[in-house]
Design a protein around this ligand. Structure first.
Ligand SMILES: Cc1cc2nc3c(=O)[nH]c(=O)nc-3n(C[C@H](O)[C@H](O)[C@H](O)COP(=O)(O)OP(=O)(O)OC[C@H]3O[C@@H](n4cnc5c(N)ncnc54)[C@H](O)[C@@H]3O)c2cc1C
Ligand SMILES: *[C@@H]1O[C@H](CO)[C@@H](O)[C@H](O)[C@H]1NC(C)=O
Ligand SMILES: *[C@@H]1O[C@H](CO)[C@@H](O)[C@H](O)[C@H]1NC(C)=O
Ligand SMILES: *[C@@H]1O[C@H](CO)[C@@H](O)[C@H](O)[C@H]1NC(C)=O
Ligand SMILES: *[C@@H]1O[C@H](CO)[C@@H](O)[C@H](O)[C@H]1NC(C)=O
Ligand SMILES: *[C@@H]1O[C@H](CO)[C@@H](O)[C@H](O)[C@H]1NC(C)=O
Ligand SMILES: *[C@@H]1O[C@H](CO)[C@@H](O)[C@H](O)[C@H]1NC(C)=O
Ligand SMILES: *[C@@H]1O[C@H](CO)[C@@H](O)[C@H](O)[C@H]1NC(C)=O
Length: 503
């Protein structure tokens, strides 16, 4: 068996063919690690359990998203990433690739096989005269978090469309779409990409642009980890001065008023303005509301945020400051819990939808804590303005959705005990389905395509049918591109939203 597999592997035959012939991969991941360690260049290194580099590679925002790999390959060059990918592919060994480790679905960026760490792709470089751009472009290593990127850009007076929490990774965020504070102005992060440095599943390194490969360039804007491993992104830069914003926590009992303020905010058309409304129950206590407010300028014009600012307030961090300071000051969700996230696509903060949300968070926040280790439930409404997706050109969002400007509500549960995993994931799925039904009946115009409210892969709970992200046509195109770029289905050995299986 072992011998036969090696022959198949040597001929780079499909893992699927091996499986079909009844041959299970018998090469142990550790021996694959050792073989990689012997052959990679001096720019790269393989780490095993116990070393700090290994520990960093395994770590995730949600503890349930981590597994212990046989080793962490810290590749230092795209060529070494390619060698590693070819080796795991021909050995049919499961592997993982991780950016910032914020995936909440287990196994999406973790493995018990070979972990490919991109920690050494850690530079952020601004080129003010990048061709065909108004303000230049920034090249960002795939091992970075947004906080690290903003730290480099802050003194340069430029910004890119990126994450709202500093600890979120660049790579997974961009490859799924990427909603940021600047999305009303400049769209999703994926739509600002000019070039992806991509290690193809066969180990070849290519820069993928609109010109070099329009299909693959389209697919990488939302299609995730199905086409290879991205080692760096070139994205459009935009000018950045002082901003106004922060987070405001309301006095208890203001949930309906916060909902009304969000409803009113739907009519704001100044693209420099953004807000997020949070409805939270922690430790089965009373409903907590907070809003994150953002204006891309030192002072917002009067009117825009008045309804939020008029509410009785417990605490506010709103002030004029740098964008970096705003992001580093975001409290965000606590890390270290087990967790899951899901999402609801909706188009307006209507009283009906807000009311349903308040009912969900209130009842689940209390009931789940009675007999599970649930510590908190979060429902975050993320309003965006009409037309913010009008320039989108990638796999996500699908064309049928762009005009309607759907927006995401992120739902997250956090808990501490692994025995509650299945039950709480099911409760989250049910809650999201109930709210999605409210959004559809409240907001979808009769005759409108169902992808008018597409799910967002970076927030969605697995399993979600992939048509719900891309539409049926988009999915068919993605599958074709995956078949062309990855005929041996190497990327199917990694977790994530998959266009091909390895069997
Ligand atoms: C606290 C928190 C805040 C968030 N805030 C936002 C937000 O404001 N806006 C928003 O849009 N989303 C947000 N998200 C969701 C976020 O976009 C996703 O979790 C995203 O996947 C994170 O990327 P990552 O690199 O950190 O994740 P990882 O877990 O490292 O990776 C996610 C997926 O991308 C793949 N991947 C990673 N690196 C590469 C690579 N180099 N090449 C190919 N595939 C790769 C992985 O294999 C995995 O399948 C947030 C999530 C959390 C937990
Ligand atoms: C990038 O990684 C290298 C190699 O691991 C390390 O020496 C360097 O300090 C890192 N740089 C940053 C900015 O983190
Ligand atoms: C869309 O493109 C136009 C023209 O380049 C630009 O002015 C506008 O800001 C863009 N809008 C978004 C939301 O990307
Ligand atoms: C990709 O482009 C960068 C410059 O933007 C260059 O340094 C790199 O060598 C290119 N890679 C390939 C494989 O062409
Ligand atoms: C809000 O929800 C409550 C509880 O389900 C319900 O009784 C009430 O009619 C709802 N109000 C609106 C405006 O939908
Ligand atoms: C908690 O209680 C509910 C309702 O009684 C029940 O359906 C569920 O199975 C229980 N969950 C756990 C994890 O015990
Ligand atoms: C819940 O309460 C515990 C014990 O007081 C505390 O340690 C934890 O931080 C709380 N969790 C949240 C999400 O607030
Ligand atoms: C790797 O795949 C690419 C894209 O499918 C192809 O163009 C290239 O020739 C392949 N390289 C090798 C060495 O097979």
């Amino acid at each position: 068996m072992h011998y036969a597999l090696r022959i198949l592997a040597g001929a780079t035959t499909l893992c699927a063919a091996a499986a079909a012939a009844g041959i299970q991969p018998t090469i142990h991941p550790t021996s694959v690690c050792q073989s990689i360690a012997r052959k990679i260049s001096s720019h790269s290194e393989v780490f095993y359990s116990g070393s700090p580099n290994y520990v960093a590679a395994m770590s995730h925002f949600d503890s349930a998203s981590s597994q212990q790999a046989a080793c962490a390959v810290e590749a230092g060059t795209p060529v070494d990433v390619g060698f590693t990918l070819r080796t795991v592919g021909s050995s049919c060994v499961p592997f993982a690739v991780k950016g910032g480790g914020h995936a909440t679905n287990p196994g999406f960026s973790s493995t018990t096989g070979v972990h490919i760490s991109l920690a050494r792709f850690n530079t952020t470089t601004y080129d003010a005269s990048y061709p065909n751009t108004a303000n230049g472009a920034v090249t960002i290593g795939a091992g970075l978090t947004w906080g690290q990127v903003y730290t480099v850009l802050d003194p340069l007076g430029v910004i890119v469309v990126g994450g709202r929490d500093h600890s979120v990774g660049v790579a997974g965020f961009v490859l799924g779409g990427g909603y940021g504070y600047h999305s009303n102005q400049y769209g999703l992060a994926a739509d600002t990409v000019l070039s992806f440095e991509l290690v193809l599943p066969n180990g070849t390194v290519r820069n993928i642009t609109e010109k070099s490969d329009a299909d693959l360039f389209w697919a990488l804007k939302g299609g995730g980890n199905n086409f290879g491993i991205v080692t760096s992104f070139v994205v459009r830069a935009f000018p950045q001065g002082q901003v106004w914003g922060g987070s405001v926590v309301q006095a208890p009992g203001q949930q309906e008023a916060v909902g009304a303020a969000l409803d009113q905010f739907d009519s704001v058309t100044d693209p420099r303005a953004a807000a997020v409304g949070n409805f939270i129950v922690k430790n089965a206590s009373t409903l907590l509301t907070s809003v994150t407010l953002f204006y891309d300028g030192p002072t917002p014009p009067p009117g825009i945020f008045d309804a939020f600012l008029a509410l009785p307030t417990l605490q506010s961090t709103v002030k004029t400051r740098s964008f970096l300071d705003l992001v580093l000051g975001n409290a965000g969700l606590p890390t270290g819990y087990r967790g899951a996230s899901g999402m609801v696509a909706y188009t307006a903060n209507t009283p009906t939808f807000i009311n349903a949300t308040i009912n969900e968070v209130t009842s689940l926040g209390v009931s789940l804590a009675i007999n599970t280790s649930a510590a908190a439930v979060y429902y975050a409404l993320e309003p965006f303005q009409k037309g913010y997706m009008k320039n989108s050109t990638g796999a996500y969002p699908p064309p049928a959705a762009r005009a309607g400007s759907p927006m995401p509500m992120a739902v997250a549960f956090e808990w501490s005990d692994a025995k509650d995993d299945a039950y709480l994931r099911k409760e989250l799925a049910d809650s999201v389905a109930r709210l999605q039904a409210v959004a559809v009946s409240d907001q979808v115009v009769a005759g409108q395509s169902s992808v008018a409210l597409p799910r967002y892969s970076n927030y969605a709970l697995a399993p979600t049918p992939l048509e719900e992200f891309y539409g049926a046509e988009g999915l068919a195109r993605l599958v074709k591109i995956a078949q062309r770029v990855d005929p041996l289905r190497v990327m199917a050995l990694a977790g994530g939203w998959k266009f091909q299986t390895h069997r």
